[in-house]
Design a protein around this ligand. Structure first.
Ligand SMILES: [Zn+2]
Length: 392
């Protein structure tokens, strides 16, 4: 192929051995999964340092890299050290588990139903069944949006045992805009702090890591789960649930014990839109909620260490945080019809025309039959908000 490419310029033609040598030694090719967890900013700065043409330029990039690394470290320092007066929760979504999970190529290219796992780790010590909460739900039950996340966090907060010496709760979550870094979560937390937290709890702080440096305690649990799921194919939900149960206390979101509430609607009726807040929402790394006598005030900080922000209300005029009374979001979420057809095809391929008569596949039959009774709810992709952030 190479020889053909250089047909017009014979001086570029080479022997096969020469080509092989160059291909093997000079090309950065390899097989394997890409390192998706490498931070793109780190990568970009490393390259810039390498290719800088002047020493001034090089120093500039090195300084930028140093600040970037220090900032990332400052986050982990906060996560690692739990002050005596605090309880910390960290939470994250596992990447979607596909249903049915089959290990062949047809499944790889086919659309599948998603099963979601949202996990909260309480405290900074070792994870046990007692301090890990996993909330799971399927795509045909609820979407994956700020409401589901806020409802699960609310459930953990309201069931948390908080000793008398604790006056502050800290939440660590990755800065995904759709699910975590939004006013829905913040509004729900304000409501909990004011109306439901024990009176000795005065503050709740939500802390977001740097994009690309967001490894949190739940990710350790997800890694274990994924190691297991990689080995087996699975088309039954209970197999996933049993696996979750090895690592956490497990709740099925929306089953009557843990309801999904429409926090989003209540929050937008109660809080000002973030564009009208007195600090920049997207640039903030920490939100500190203070419980006052009348209301909750919010302090935004762009830094992990300094406390320079003011304490102000972000509620609309004549609105209070106690005004929120979110209604229950009923189970049932319409799935894209193409997805349902894909799944049916996949099951036909594996189990034959009669797959609908097989007991263990009842779930898929039900999804097909019930889908038209449901509405489609908004589902949000996890896109970090700070892609365009100027780091200096
Ligand atoms: Zn980085």
């Amino acid at each position: 192929m190479y020889q053909q490419q250089v047909q017009e310029t014979p001086q570029l033609k080479v022997k096969q051995s020469f080509f092989r040598d160059t291909f093997n030694k000079k090309y950065n090719v390899g097989f394997g999964s890409p390192l998706k967890d490498t931070c793109s900013r780190c990568f970009e700065l490393a390259r810039k340092i390498e290719t800088a043409s002047t020493s001034e330029e090089k120093v500039t990039y090195m300084t930028q890299k140093r600040i970037h690394t220090l900032k990332a470290k400052a986050f982990y320092q906060l996560l690692k050290v739990e002050p005596e007066n605090c309880i910390s929760l960290s939470f994250d979504c596992q990447k979607n588990n596909p249903l049915p999970k089959l290990t062949d190529q047809a499944a790889y290219f086919s659309r599948q139903l998603n099963m979601y796992n949202f996990t909260i780790v309480i405290g900074t010590s070792k994870s046990t069944l007692d301090n890990v909460r996993t909330y799971y739900w399927c795509e045909n039950e609820h979407s994956k949006s700020s409401n589901e996340i806020a409802s699960a966090v609310y459930h953990t907060l309201t069931n948390l045992v908080i000793p008398h010496n604790i006056d502050k709760i800290r939440l660590f979550a990755d800065g995904c805009g759709g699910q975590n870094k939004n006013t829905t979560l913040l509004g729900m937390c304000s409501n909990w702090l004011f109306s439901h937290a024990p009176s000795h709890v005065k503050q709740l702080e939500i802390i977001f890591p740097m994009v690309g440096h967001s490894f949190l305690p739940p990710d350790r649990i997800f890694a274990k789960i994924e190691r297991e799921t990689k080995k087996n194919r699975s088309y039954a939900i209970h197999k996933f649930v049993n696996l979750f149960k090895e690592h956490a206390t497990v709740y099925h979101l929306g089953d009557g014990n843990v309801e999904v509430h429409d926090w989003k609607k209540e929050v937008s009726a109660t809080l000002k839109t973030p564009g009208n807040w007195y600090f920049k929402f997207n640039l903030s790394k920490r939100f500190i909620l203070h419980r006052g006598r009348q209301n909750v005030s919010v302090q935004g900080e762009e830094n992990y260490r300094n406390q320079i922000g003011q304490l102000k209300y972000v509620t609309k005029r004549r609105k209070k945080i106690t005004d929120m009374a979110p209604s229950i979001v009923r189970r049932g979420n319409k799935v894209n019809i193409k997805k349902i057809l894909d799944v049916a095809n996949l099951l036909k391929k594996h189990f034959g025309e009669d797959w609908r008569t097989i007991d263990t596949l009842k779930y898929y039959k039900d999804v097909e039959e019930d889908n038209d009774n449901f509405e489609e709810h908004e589902s949000l992709q996890c896109v970090p908000l700070e892609e365009t952030e100027n780091f200096i």
